[in-house]
Design a protein around this ligand. Sequence first.
Ligand SMILES: Cc1cc2nc3c(=O)[nH]c(=O)nc-3n(C[C@H](O)[C@H](O)[C@H](O)COP(=O)(O)O)c2cc1C
Length: 168
Amino acid sequence: MKKIGLIYSFNTKKTGQMARRIVEAMGPENIQEVNAETLTEEQFTTFDNLILGVPTWNDGELPNYWDEFVPALEDLNLKGKHIAIFGAGDQKGYPENFVDAVGLMAGLVENKGATLVGFTSTEGYTFESSLAKRGNKFCGLALDFENQPGKNKERIAAWCELLKKEFV
Ligand SMILES: Cc1cc2nc3c(=O)[nH]c(=O)nc-3n(C[C@H](O)[C@H](O)[C@H](O)COP(=O)(O)O)c2cc1C
């Protein structure tokens, strides 16, 4: 497996906590962490395997720091890149927009030719709609600190095992 770029905001508490678990599960030697708040196009395109941490903010939107990178993203060619997305959301508080930002980011990178990996079952979650939902799967990993904090650990562990098979 080639080196993985793990991109998330170093200023987030919850997403940062999950990132640390991901580093442990994938093996620190396999991962380079990159701060999404100071992300450059060069950093993004260095890696063939990418994990993006994208929590949902403001009723179904990308966090500001990812939003700011979207114009740069739209100029990139991501053919050959394998991208997995995880994101925190609140299924009770925002049942109509649960982890929408995972779906928004998925659409953006797919449009630029990337291959999405790390789809997970929607079983075990209760919500009305989500832009991250494709059939009976999320196009990434959904984590819910508000309502299911006890499930994060096992969900991340299972997801990382899947990524070890799907990354190149
Ligand atoms: C103002 C506000 C809006 C939110 N909007 C959504 C939303 O639309 N969908 C969702 O699933 N979660 C939403 N959330 C919940 C956050 O995604 C959740 O708290 C997450 O853990 C934040 O992660 P972070 O602290 O790493 O940024 C919202 C939270 C706040 C405070």
